[in-house]
Write a protein that binds this ligand. Structure first.
Ligand SMILES: [Zn+2]
Length: 450
C-alpha cells in the first residue's frame, strides 16, 4: 500500500488540496445543504482551491445535520454505481433521543476498509489476531459494533461477537457476561474490543472464575473516555490472568469521521488517512483556524466521500493538533492531542461549570472502588428550587470511612465542589445484564430550570 503517512507534510497537503477541490466541486453540484448554505453566504466555491482557503467557508454545526440528515447526502446521478449505491447506514447520537443517520455508499465502505487497514498498521493489529467483539446489541446499530467486523476484514483477522446488552424484542439472542467470558476462552481471543466499563467487568469475572485468558494481548477501548489509572487497572487484571500482553489501545473516533489510531499508549491520535479527511482546530464562534498546539474545537472536512458529506463539521470535541514526523513511529500527518473534552458534556453545578470527564478520571484513579456513579441532583428532589448537590455512590469492600474521606478530598480538588458520599451494592450501580455500559456521571436535575 502506498502509505501517504510516509511522505512529507507538503506532499500530504498537495494530495489534500487536489481531493478538496474535487469534493467541493461535487458538493456544489449535488449537495443540497451546502449548495443552499454557500449561496446564502455568497461564497464562490470555485475560488476555494486549497486548504488555506477552506477557512472562508462557514462551519457546519451538528444541529444542522441532526435537523435534516437527508440534505447532507450527495445526489449525483452521473457518478458510477459504486459511488451512488448505499452500502450501509451508521448512526450518530446527538443531544436528542433519535439517532441521526450517516449514509455510506460502496465507495465509502471501501474507504473505511482502507482507513481501518492504516489504523491496524499504526496500532499493531495483525492478520493472526482473534478479536472478541464485546459491543452490545443496541436499539440503533452502534457504530463500533458494526465497524468492528470491517476492522477485522481490513487486516484479515478473525472476529466473533459476544452479543451482550439488554434485549430489544423477544428473540432472546443476547448472551450473558459468563457466556462472553466462555467465548473468549473458547476462541482463544487475542484482542478484547469493547466499551471500557464492560471490558473491565469481563476481566473481573474472568479472574473470579479463573478463566483462561492467556492468549489475550490487547484491549481495544471505544465508547467511553478512559484514564491512565483506569487502563492501569485493566492491565493489572490482565497480569493476574497471565495474559500474553497488556496493551491498551484507546480508540478515538466517531460515526461522522471514522477512527484515529495511537502508535503508542497515551500518545496523540494519528489521522490514519489524510487523503480522505482533513482536520482543523478552530474557534467555534468565528470559524478561524487556530495554530498547531492551541486548544480549540475539532472540525472535520471529508475529502473523498459520496454518501453523507460534511465540510468543516464541528465534531463537538476540544483538542489540539501537532504535525511533523511522529517522534515514536516517524509517520507524518496531523495528530490530535488530548485530553479530548466533549463540549456538550460540560455541566453547571452550583453555578460552576464542571467537566465530568475530569471528575471520572479522578474517581478512576482512586483504588478500592468496585463500582461508582456521580450524580448531580437537587438536595430535595421534590423541590426544584432546592440547591444542587453532587452525590457519589460507590460499591466497595474497603473501609468506608477512609474511602469516603479520600473521595471527598479528591473530588473537591478536581471540581471545587464537596460531594456527599453514599455506599450501595455494585449491581445497583451498574448491572451489566441490564445496561451495555456503566453510567458514571448523570445529571438528574429537571430540565429547563437554569
Ligand atoms: Zn506515531
Amino acid at each position: 500500500m502506498n502509505d501517504l503517512l510516509r511522505f512529507s507534510e507538503s506532499e500530504i497537503e498537495k494530495t489534500q488540496n487536489e481531493k478538496l477541490r474535487a469534493m467541493l466541486e461535487m458538493c456544489s453540484r449535488g449537495h443540497p445543504y451546502y449548495m443552499n448554505k454557500w449561496r446564502e453566504s455568497g461564497v464562490n466555491i470555485s475560488s476555494i482551491t486549497s486548504l488555506s482557503d477552506l477557512e472562508l467557508l462557514p462551519l457546519t454545526h451538528k444541529r444542522a445535520l441532526m435537523e435534516d440528515p437527508e440534505s447532507f447526502r450527495l445526489k449525483l446521478p452521473d457518478l458510477p454505481l459504486h459511488e451512488r449505491v448505499l452500502w450501509d447506514v451508521g448512526y450518530t447520537t446527538g443531544s436528542t433521543g433519535d439517532p441521526t443517520p450517516v449514509y455510506n455508499t460502496s465507495h465509502d465502505y471501501y474507504a473505511y476498509l482502507f482507513q481501518s487497514k492504516r489504523v491496524a498498521d499504526i496500532s499493531g493489529i495483525r492478520p493472526d489476531d482473534i478479536i472478541a467483539n464485546l459491543f452490545p446489541l443496541t436499539a440503533a446499530p452502534m457504530g463500533a459494533f458494526v465497524r468492528s467486523a470491517t476492522n477485522a476484514y481490513a487486516v484479515g483477522a478473525t472476529i466473533f461477537a459476544a452479543l451482550p446488552g439488554a434485549a430489544h424484542g423477544n428473540f432472546d439472542v443476547n448472551r450473558s457476561l459468563d457466556e462472553a467470558v466462555a467465548l473468549i476462552e473458547l476462541h482463544r481471543a487475542t484482542i478484547l474490543w469493547g466499551i471500557p466499563s464492560f471490558v473491565r467487568r469481563i476481566l473481573m469475572r474472568a479472574l473470579e472464575i479463573n478463566a483462561d485468558f492467556r492468549t489475550v494481548r490487547m484491549c481495544a477501548l471505544t465508547g467511553e473516555a478512559t484514564s491512565k489509572p483506569f487502563r492501569e487497572d485493566l492491565r493489572n487484571h490482565l497480569r493476574q490472568l497471565k495474559s500474553a500482553g497488556t496493551t491498551m489501545f484507546d480508540r478515538y473516533g466517531s460515526t461522522e469521521m471514522g477512527a484515529f489510531a495511537q502508535c503508542v499508549e497515551d500518545g496523540p491520535w494519528h489521522n490514519p488517512a489524510p487523503e480522505i479527511q482533513f482536520h482543523e482546530v478552530v474557534d467555534p464562534d468565528t470559524g478561524k483556524r487556530l495554530a498547531d498546539g492551541e486548544r480549540g474545537a475539532l472540525a472535520v472536512t471529508h475529502l473523498d466521500r459520496r454518501g453523507t458529506v460534511l465540510i468543516r463539521f464541528l465534531v463537538g470535541d476540544i483538542v489540539s493538533m501537532v504535525r511533523g514526523p511522529c517522534p515514536v513511529c516517524g509517520r507524518f500527518g496531523d495528530r490530535l492531542v488530548g485530553p479530548v473534552v466533549r463540549t456538550k458534556d460540560l455541566v453547571k453545578v452550583k453555578g460552576m461549570l464542571i467537566n465530568p470527564s475530569a471528575l471520572i478520571e479522578t474517581m478512576n484513579g482512586i483504588s478500592g472502588i468496585d463500582e461508582y456513579q456521580v450524580l448531580v441532583r437537587r438536595t430535595k428532589p421534590e423541590d426544584p428550587f432546592s440547591p444542587d448537590e453532587l452525590l457519589v455512590r460507590m460499591a466497595s469492600t474497603a473501609n468506608h470511612d477512609h474511602l469516603s474521606q479520600v473521595v471527598i478530598e479528591r473530588v473537591q480538588k478536581t471540581v471545587q465542589i464537596r460531594p456527599r458520599v453514599e455506599f450501595s451494592p455494585a449491581v445497583e450501580i451498574y448491572d451489566p445484564a441490564k445496561h451495555s455500559k456503566a453510567t458514571r456521571f448523570q445529571d438528574q436535575r429537571p430540565l429547563n430550570n437554569e
